[in-house]
Design a protein around this ligand. Structure first.
Ligand SMILES: [Zn+2]
Length: 311
């Protein structure tokens, strides 16, 4: 499992101490982006990719369309077992002017115990929860919005929250339990817990809306009906894809395959292909949530498929 992020569930106490010592040795005020996280500048934005840890997904979720041999091959490439593989949770912390913006806030204590490390890792960067000014949700699955509250309190208390109206409407539907399979009912309870906890500080967004100058919403439904990506202007634009393309190893090679946790499977497939096609054509820089840390790179066309080229 050597491909995991720098400071995640595997970070030893020694690594954390080394990091803390590094921070302590730096002159104040701390440059929060000087810690050993993957960081880059993009246009008017400074971005640090902070790991929330990792989650483990069964092969039938990751690779529902794969033949047994292909399935075994992809699981091996992901560093997994015969039944499952772990994937990263990469969360960009974006500094823009006086804003400190998170795209999703991770699992908190509400998903798998190997995730939920974001707040701890932010502290090693010198960022306290109170300093976060905006949280943009790509969608309200538990590994993306699950850290909204800890023990009932809002974890990032001074943040404004952004979610698409379609995402809100999907999870708040009074007929949800009647309309959607039982497997999604737990996710719905989690999404309502997270979104309702901050309902007094939510801004609803739609395609093209700007969060701050140069940062805008791109509607990418399918994974969930209200899923959005976030695009940042720069020399070549940066697209933060959330779960519109859930994994680099699998879906760049097989953009024709479904993903088991996509709610509207055919819409998700079509939008994933559209996203990869556009990324290759426009040479977009991409940042993917469950991609090999730090999940930043480009899509290069290879026939009907793509190659992920790390930045
Ligand atoms: Zn996810």
């Amino acid at each position: 499992m050597s491909n995991f992020g720098i400071l995640n569930a595997h970070a030893t106490r020694r690594q954390l101490l080394v990091c803390t010592a590094t921070l302590a040795a730096m002159a104040l005020p701390r440059d929060i982006f000087a810690a050993p996280f993957y960081k880059f500048a993009h246009g008017s934005f400074d971005i640090s990719v902070v790991s929330d840890g990792f989650i483990t997904l069964p092969s039938e979720v990751l690779l529902p369309d794969a033949e047994p041999e292909e399935r075994a091959d992809f699981l091996m490439r992901l560093g997994g077992s015969a039944e499952s593989a772990a994937v990263q949770a990469n969360i960009p912390l974006i500094r823009h002017g006086d804003d400190l913006i998170l795209i999703d806030n991770g699992s908190g204590t509400n998903f798998q115990p190997t995730a939920g490390r974001l707040a701890q890792n932010l502290l090693t960067l010198g960022v306290a929860p109170e300093q976060i000014t905006k949280v943009v949700f790509t969608h309200a699955h538990p590994d993306h919005s699950g850290a909204t509250t800890i023990d009932g309190s809002v974890l990032y208390p001074n943040a404004r929250y952004y979610v698409s109206q379609a995402e809100w409407d999907f999870w708040m539907d009074k007929q949800f339990e009647a309309r959607r399979p039982a497997a999604l009912h737990g996710f719905a309870r989690g999404a309502r817990r997270d979104l309702l906890a901050v309902d007094d500080r939510i801004t609803f967004v739609r395609d093209g809306d700007e969060i701050v100058p140069g940062m805008s919403i791109v509607s990418t439904p399918g994974h969930t009906p209200g899923h959005v990506s976030v695009e940042l202007e720069g020399r070549d634009n940066l697209l933060i894809t959330g779960d519109a393309c859930t994994n680099d190893t699998i879906f760049f090679a097989r953009p024709d395959w479904h993903f088991g946790f996509d709610t509207d499977t055919e819409v998700a497939l079509a939008n994933r292909r559209k996203l990869l096609d556009r990324a290759a054509t426009e040479k977009l820089k991409l940042l993917g949530f469950h991609w090999t840390y730090p999940g930043v790179g480009h899509a290069e066309r290879r026939g009907d498929a793509y190659k992920f080229v790390p930045a």
